[in-house]
Design a protein around this ligand. Sequence first.
Ligand code: ADP
Ligand code: TRP
Length: 329
Amino acid sequence: MQTVLSGIRPTGNLHLGNYFGAVKNFIKMQEDNNCFFFIADYHSLTTHPKPDSLQENVKKVLSEYLACGLDPEKSTIYIQSDLPQVAELYLLLNMNAYVGELERTTTFKEKVRKQPENINAGLLTYAVLMAADILIHNAHKVPVGKDQEQHLEMTKKFARRFNQIYEVEYFNIPEAYNFGSELVKVPGLDGTGKMGKSEGNAINLIDEPELIRKKVMKAVTDAGPTSQNQPKPEPIANLFSLMKLVSSKETIEFFDEKYNSCQIRYGDMKKQLAEDIIIFTTPIRERILNIYNDNDYLKKVAQTGKEKAFASGGKTIKEVREIIGFKTF
Ligand code: ADP
Ligand code: TRP
């Protein structure tokens, strides 16, 4: 069985793009892999969150992922800072990570541009901590989005380098988990581009029905088709793409037919889309709220995850220490 690992940043709320682009695949992955999902709270310290908001965000993200279907019985779900072995591996890997290569990381260069007032060493070594996350469980596969590909490449490099320096074949060289044809890009409601937190165009799983209706009704459309069967411009194609995720086949065919015969009323289509999104998100929203308010359950999940992560991470760090040459007297 393959070990698959994913790190989740504790920022903001999950939106439909996250769900259909990532979380839905995570849920499936759990069935036939040894999965580790952790909340990357050490990583989030690079932006200096306040203690209360750090805890709050971890709790929120954990509740949301559990509500979507990450299953603590099938997977190891834990909080990064509950596994201090990861900090030790990070320290050890840092000794073989060169400042030059870290400075060339795209995400680091971007931070230097965007937040010149806070270029801390944690940002510089972000990729080393991520490598430690992956290597601490000797993961085979890591599902990553485009923006994380370079970090995964660096993990491979650090793993190979460690093996070379110590003349061992200890670390697996992790590969990207490829969802292949299952990868979808969820569009935003503003006409072009994808749905995203920073794009400010997202429908969150936790959004109340009224808010969802408001957001969908504001979606960009056009003056309507003027000739039969004409191709759909991007904003309209996007509405149909969203429908494909949440609506029935009949509903999609109905509006497709209306579009092709130039009889479509976008207001009707949006109303239907909003209601179908609400039908989809309501049970998830209710589960999020229940889980969020159930501290005992969250505590139990975190504790179980911590124990399982400890067993795996503890073994790795013990072996790595031996390889490096640390010995007890
Ligand atoms: P955001 O900051 O918009 O929430 P992230 O960059 O943190 O998104 O992405 C988290 C995960 O969700 C990634 O695996 C990414 O590929 C996926 N994701 C985010 N937005 C979309 C989208 N619109 N369509 C498909 N997948 C998405
Ligand atoms: N850097 C990832 C992100 O920004 C989160 C992350 C931290 C991660 N450690 C990881 C992802 C290990 C995969 C594996 O989304």
